[in-house]
Design a protein around this ligand. Structure first.
Ligand code: AMP
Length: 194
């Protein structure tokens, strides 16, 4: 997948306790701007979300935030991005982020980040899209998530091929090659249980 113009980044609305996570967020934003890749994200100015958006803007890149109106006050909607889209619900927010993005990248985060990552992955399992999904596993943060996915395979609830729905990388630098090399999903295998 070479023609990536916009990447959606899912990450925490808090900064977390590991400084390496903040560093990864800032670095990813900088690398995206350097490559002329637009950031699509949840529109907040706080936590890792704010850091990645600020890094893109500071490096001269383009940022589109998508935030539901009820979260504007909690997440402190980021007014200093290229465009801030305010939606009427979480569902329309997710759809708006999905429609504008060529690939998805997950940095460390909380329940919202987990939800977004699972949802975009299950849409891919159901062949609703075939866009790359990259987990940035800073200091092993996503290993329990990967283990849980493997548990669903081992337990007979998912095909082994689900483990190829994502690519796991250790650093922001590795994200772009991983997007370019992301495998196509196998329609027969992934939907054979439907
Ligand atoms: P978090 O990882 O919990 O800090 O949340 C990161 C982003 O996910 C924020 O933009 C939240 O608005 C969003 N989010 C939080 N909870 C949910 C949820 N239940 N479903 C979808 N997104 C959520």
């Amino acid at each position: 997948m070479s023609d990536v113009k916009s990447i959606c980044v899912f990450c925490g609305s808090k900064p977390g306790t590991d400084p390496a996570h903040a560093e990864a967020a800032k670095r990813l934003g900088q690398l995206m701007a350097e490559r002329g890749i637009r950031l699509i994200y949840g529109g907040g100015r706080i936590g890792l979300m704010g850091m990645v958006a600020d890094a893109v803007m500071q490096a001269g890149g383009e940022v589109i935030g998508v935030i539901p109106d009820f979260l504007m006050k909690y997440e402190v909607g980021h007014e200093d991005v290229t465009e801030l889209i305010v939606t009427d619900s979480m569902h329309t927010r997710k759809r708006a982020m999905f429609d504008r993005s060529d690939a998805f990248v997950t940095l460390p985060g909380g329940l919202g980040t987990l939800d977004e990552t699972f949802e975009i992955t299950t849409w891919k399992q159901l062949r609703q899209h075939d866009k790359p999904i990259i987990l940035v596993d800073v200091n092993g943060y996503w290993q329990p998530f990967i283990d849980l996915a493997q548990r669903t395979v081992d337990g007979g609830y998912a095909h082994a091929a689900i483990m190829e729905l994502w690519t796991v990388v250790d650093t922001p630098e590795a994200v772009f090659d991983a997007i370019a090399a992301a495998p196509q999903t196998d329609e027969v295998v992934l939907t054979s249980h439907l």
